[in-house]
Write a protein that binds this ligand. Structure first.
Ligand SMILES: N[C@@H](CCC(=O)N[C@@H](CS)C(=O)NCC(=O)O)C(=O)O
Length: 221
């Protein structure tokens, strides 16, 4: 049997959970390796050898090491796509270009305001840090503008890159999960009817439900 791929980092990390969702979609066996971020393990020389920016996740498959969750996911689909969900990263250049376009939209437009809100609204209170109301307001406005674009797009097609669930939709799951279920800002999504329908569909996938289960009851290490 092939050696399981390795994912380094905690399941609560949005970038780690993005990779886990992709592995589960593709039925790829994996081993999760803990990185204790509270103790700064992600900045230690041994870890920096596999993730030079000192962030999670890092990923290993046989003798290759990768970082950047969205690139890792493209690799997983290219290599393992035939084991599980074949359509996640398209089957021809045009499909791939459309999926890439929406993965970029997620990475370049959606991710920054949404991850600032996740940190400020979900993590800061848990960490007993003071919230920055200005930053929250500014990023809420930015996110609303992005979601207005999504609302229009999702009125024309079932998913972002067309009528199939793809890596582009999957990439959004971690931040929306926190905003809808871990803050009082769910309305950003539920007040937009196409976005709400889309969120219900993508968050209802078995793969994502498993990731959320892993986040709420992480395996004992
Ligand atoms: N673009 C990277 C972002 C990774 C990232 O920001 N990871 C966070 C946790 S979700 C982290 O490691 N933060 C600690 C740090 O930046 O020092 C990816 O998608 O993999």
């Amino acid at each position: 049997m092939a050696t399981p791929v390795k994912v380094y980092g905690p399941t609560l990390s949005t970038a780690v959970s993005r990779v886990l969702a992709c592995l589960l979609e593709n039925d790829v066996p994996f081993q999760l390796l803990p990185v204790n971020m509270a103790k700064g393990e992600h900045k230690k020389p041994d870890y920096l050898k596999i993730q030079p920016f000192g962030q999670v996740p890092a990923f290993q498959d046989e003798d290759i090491t990768l970082f950047e969750s969205r690139s890792i996911n493209r690799y997983i689909c290219d290599k393992y796509g035939s084991q599980g969900n074949k359509g996640l990263y398209g089957t021809n250049p045009l499909e791939k270009a459309s999926i890439d376009q929406w993965i970029e939209a997620e990475g370049q437009s959606f991710n920054l305001p949404s991850s600032i809100l996740v940190f400020q609204l979900a993590f800061a209170p848990r960490m007993k840090l003071k919230q920055d109301e200005n930053l929250i307001r500014q990023n809420e406005e930015k996110l609303k503008k992005v979601l207005d674009v999504y609302e229009k797009r999702l009125g024309d097609s079932q998913y972002l890159a067309g009528d199939e669930f793809t890596l582009a939709d999957l990439s959004h799951l971690p931040n929306i999960q926190y905003l809808v279920n871990g803050t009082d800002r769910a309305e950003l999504f539920t007040s937009r009817k196409n976005v709400e329908r889309w969120w219900d569909e993508i968050s209802g996938r078995e793969s994502w439900k498993k990731v959320v289960e892993m986040q709420t009851s992480p395996p004992k290490s």
